[in-house]
Structures are given as C-alpha cells and as structure tokens.
Design a binder for this molecule. Structure first.
Ligand SMILES: Nc1ncnc2c1ncn2[C@@H]1O[C@H](COP(=O)(O)OP(=O)(O)O)[C@@H](O)[C@H]1O
Ligand SMILES: [Mg+2]
Length: 226
C-alpha cells in the first residue's frame, strides 16, 4: 500500500467546496497570496476547514456565508471571550461561494470543556429546568437574544450559589462570553466543546461563527481575488 498515493487520492476526491479545488489547495493559494508562515490543518467542522498559519493565527475556509457577517462584527476588536478576528474576506470569481476568516489561534481542549460543560448543564437543568427551561435551549442564539438582560442576571444570581471550583469558574466565563456575543449582536451560538477554546490569559472563548441567524448577504464589501 502506497500511503502517498492514498493521501493524494483522498485529497483529490475530497472536494468540500466544489469548483475543483480542495481546502488544502485553496489554503496554499492563500498562503502564497497573503504570506502565511505555515499551513497546518488543525480541524474541520460541518462547513469549513481550519489551518494554523503561524503567528498565533488560524485561517478558516468555509462555505457558510453567515460566518462572514458574524466575523465582520468582530473584526479588529480585542475580545475577552471570543477569538479575536483579524481578517474577513469573501472570495470572488470561481471561488465566490467561499469565505475566509483569519482569527486568533485558541488553545483547544474538547475533553476538558466537554466535562465542564456537562457538569454545568446538569446542575442547571436539575435545579431550574422547570422554572427556566433547559440551559442549552435558553442560550441558543436567537432565543438568547429575545431574553431580557434582567432575566439572565436573575438566573445567574440563583445559579451561582450552587456552583464551586472549576465549574464555577467555567460558568463565570461562559456567562461573560454569551454576554459579550450578545452585546456585539453575534447570534451564532453553537457552544459545543469543539467550538470553544482558551485564550493565552486562560479565558474561555468562542471560535466558530457559523449558523448565524442573519440572512446571508450576497453583497460582500470585503473581497479577495486569488
Ligand atoms: N481560532 C481557532 N483556534 C483554534 N482552533 C480552531 C480555531 N478555529 C477553528 N479551530 C479548530 O477547527 C475546528 C473547525 O472549526 P469551526 O470554526 O468550528 O468549523 P465549523 O464551522 O465547520 O464547525 C474547530 O472545532 C477547532 O478544533
Ligand atoms: Mg465548529
């Protein structure tokens, strides 16, 4: 079995974006165009592929255009609990269905985050699901938007006395995170452990801007020709 041949075949057939180009091939074009130090695949999700490009940055290539809209709201800001966003572009021409985002490279730890998230959800749901509903439903993007700030504050006031240790710290970061997203009008809210990571200062932070509820725009101001 020739491993190189297998890899080549997988890459050639793995054509997530249509238009006869693989995410890796597109990544190399972008590396050349934008001068990235490296190109190392670090993950993939339902609609995109992420590469480390060096200098503590990540390139996300995606077909989910709502990510463009969401990431634009964050571009150039210093966020406490969201990956900082340095660049957002809609590609043009033959790659026009593709959007790229350059963001802060967070330290991921899905196993640990999964445990903490599970603990928080269990504690919350056991105590409050009859009163406030399930936590995951409560915080889901557009539903969260429709909740009043006073309600969220009330929930926090009732919840926090029941928390301690790592779960309490996690919950503090988590609630600050959803507050920050909400203040910036980012409705993307898939808080699974694969979409969260840690900043250098240890802050929990959100990294996936997909599934935003805004209508996807076809008029992208920030375009890139490659
Ligand atoms: N800024 C980032 N820092 C660290 N890892 C990232 C970053 N962006 C993406 N990743 C990794 O790539 C994976 C897929 O990226 P994500 O944005 O969640 O794609 P999708 O929208 O397809 O779910 C993530 O689960 C994560 O492991
Ligand atoms: Mg994801």
């Amino acid at each position: 079995m020739n491993i190189k041949k297998i890899i080549r075949e997988v890459l050639e057939n793995y054509n997530l974006f249509g238009g006869g180009i693989t995410p890796l091939q597109l990544g190399f074009k972008l590396k050349k165009k934008l001068g990235f130090k490296e190109l190392r695949k670090i993950g993939e999700g339902t609609s995109g592929v992420a590469f480390s490009i060096g200098d503590g940055k990540v390139l996300k290539i995606t077909t989910d255009k709502t990510e463009y809209t969401e990431a634009m709201k964050l571009k150039g800001r210093k966020n406490n609990h969201i990956a900082d966003v340095y660049g957002v572009y809609a590609l043009t021409g033959e790659y026009k269905d593709i959007v790229i985002i350059i963001s802060e490279h967070l330290k991921t730890n899905p196993v640990k985050i999964d445990k903490l998230e599970d603990s928080l959800y269990n504690i919350f749901n056991n105590l409050f699901k009859n009163k406030y509903g399930y936590l995951n439903e409560l915080i889901f993007g557009y539903q969260l938007k429709s909740k009043s700030r006073a309600l969220i504050e009330q929930i926090k006031k009732e919840l926090f006395p029941h928390l301690e240790g790592e779960v309490k710290v996690y919950a503090e970061h988590f609630f600050n995170m959803i507050e920050e997203l909400r203040n910036l009008n980012v409705t993307s809210a898939d808080f699974g452990p694969m979409n969260l990571g840690y900043k250098k200062n240890g802050n929990l932070a959100y990294l996936d801007f997909g599934f935003g509820i805004e209508d996807e725009s076809e008029n992208f101001a920030n375009t890139l020709i490659i």
